[in-house]
Design a protein around this ligand. Structure first.
Ligand code: KG4
Ligand code: ZN
Length: 373
């Protein structure tokens, strides 16, 4: 195996992400200081009808598509396997079966090419995904990582110094979107459908006051909670005779094609109110953190950060407090290989400088991350 002091054989870093239901590979070009190519295969259609991810299906799909995705990625940038200098792979947290497939594949590839491999924390990669289109990483900043598995608030001082300030006490925000969509009769993932449906709500209309209250309003902590909002939504749907557990789930286009006008309008108003309460909580708790920490930059990341309504709210909130607002490019909000390749290279550089051991073929995946606790 290549020693840690050996210089990289080229400028091409391969990133591999398989922690959940997306298989994503990317090339980070060190000389150009940017991601040049990314390829992602989503498993939406395989999991859609179940209303969530089925771990066994996810692992099997990663296994079957990894080799062909790597060939397509390398073809698209006219590279050969032997041009790759370093492999960065997601090692934690995630579905253990999915992580095992990615890590085993990366190890076999690194061994066959005799190149180094580095294990990357998926949460850290999301946090630093805001710098994929920037010239350099700048710290400190407050970071809200909001995805299907996490709603975590961090104070980020450097790549190695990340303090958890607060996190969800129950469901993650993205998970709440997924469950809300399911209750409304929409397929997984729910976030994009709720966002699209909310835009169809009649202008100026609102639900009766407090139908979907903002959770954690009367609490002073920096933690989040989404189970109450989910229960409030279920109770409201029951009160409106719109709650049908076990119903067939539809895509947003089928929903708007096949449902009657009144159901679409009522559902849209509910989606808008749900989205409002879900984001109001994030903004309320972030405002508390801004008051407690004198930080000039706020960042959001993770799958939910693609939501345009939330981005607009965040942009206004930061303008009001005279803070810089950073978000990832859309293609780097969901799980992606680019953020893994990028952070893997930054870590590799730090390891080289400080002569830490590079993670070698002993790399083992883990379902949890130190950044979650
Ligand atoms: O980061 P990600 O791709 O995977 C995890 O690590 O969880 O995030 C996926 C989550 C899902 O819960 C999905 O519903 C949510 O991100 N999401 C959204 C939107 N697009 C995806 N939530 C709200 N609005 C969206 N437009
Ligand atoms: Zn993620």
């Amino acid at each position: 195996m290549v020693k840690k002091s050996t210089p990289l054989i080229s400028q091409f870093i391969l990133g591999i992400e398989t922690s959940c239901d997306d298989t994503s590979l990317a090339i980070f070009d060190v000389k150009k200081n940017k991601i040049t190519h990314q390829i992602t295969k989503s498993q939406f259609t395989s999991h859609a009808k179940y209303g969530g991810i089925v771990p066994e299906i996810a692992s099997r799909e990663h296994l079957t598509c990894l080799p062909e995705l790597l060939d397509s990625l390398l073809n698209s940038c006219s590279l050969k396997k032997s041009d790759i200098a370093l492999i960065a792979v997601t090692k934690q947290p995630g579905l253990i079966g999915s992580l095992l497939i990615g890590v085993s594949y990366a190890k076999a590839l690194a061994w066959s090419l005799d190149i180094p491999i580095i294990g990357v924390d998926h949460l850290k990669a999301h946090i630093f995904s805001i710098f994929l289109d920037q010239a350099a990483i700048k710290t400190p900043f407050l970071s809200l990582l909001v995805s299907g598995g996490h709603t975590h608030l961090y104070l980020v001082k450097s790549i190695t110094q990340i303090n958890l300030l607060g996190k969800t006490l129950d469901d993650a925000c993205g998970e709440a979107f997924d469950k809300a969509a399911q209750m409304l009769g929409l397929v997984y993932p729910g976030g994009p459908s709720i966002e699209a449906l909310a835009l169809m709500a009649p202008h100026g209309a609102t639900l009766p006051y407090n139908s979907l209250p903002i959770p954690m309003k009367n609490n002073k902590s920096l933690n989040f909670s989404y189970s109450g909002l989910k229960t409030a939504l279920r109770n409201y749907l029951i009160s409106q005779k719109m709650y049908f557990p076990g119903q067939d789930l539809l895509s947003i286009s089928d929903f708007t094609t096949f449902k009657d006008k009144m159901t679409i309008e009522k559902s849209a108003l509910i989606a808008k109110s749900f989205q409002y309460s879900a984001f109001a909580q994030l903004e309320m708790i972030l405002t508390r953190a801004i008051k407690r920490h004198s930080i000039k930059t706020i960042a959001i990341s993770g799958g939910v950060s693609i939501n345009k309504s939330w981005q607009q709210n965040m942009s206004s909130l930061c303008a009001k407090h005279d803070l810089t607002f950073l978000k990832p490019l859309d293609q780097y909000t969901r799980d992606n290989g680019a953020m893994i390749a990028f952070l893997g290279y930054q870590m590799y550089q730090q390891n080289q400088q400080s002569k830490f051991e590079l993670t070698d073929l002993n790399l083992e995946p883990k379902a949890s991350s130190e950044l979650s606790f």
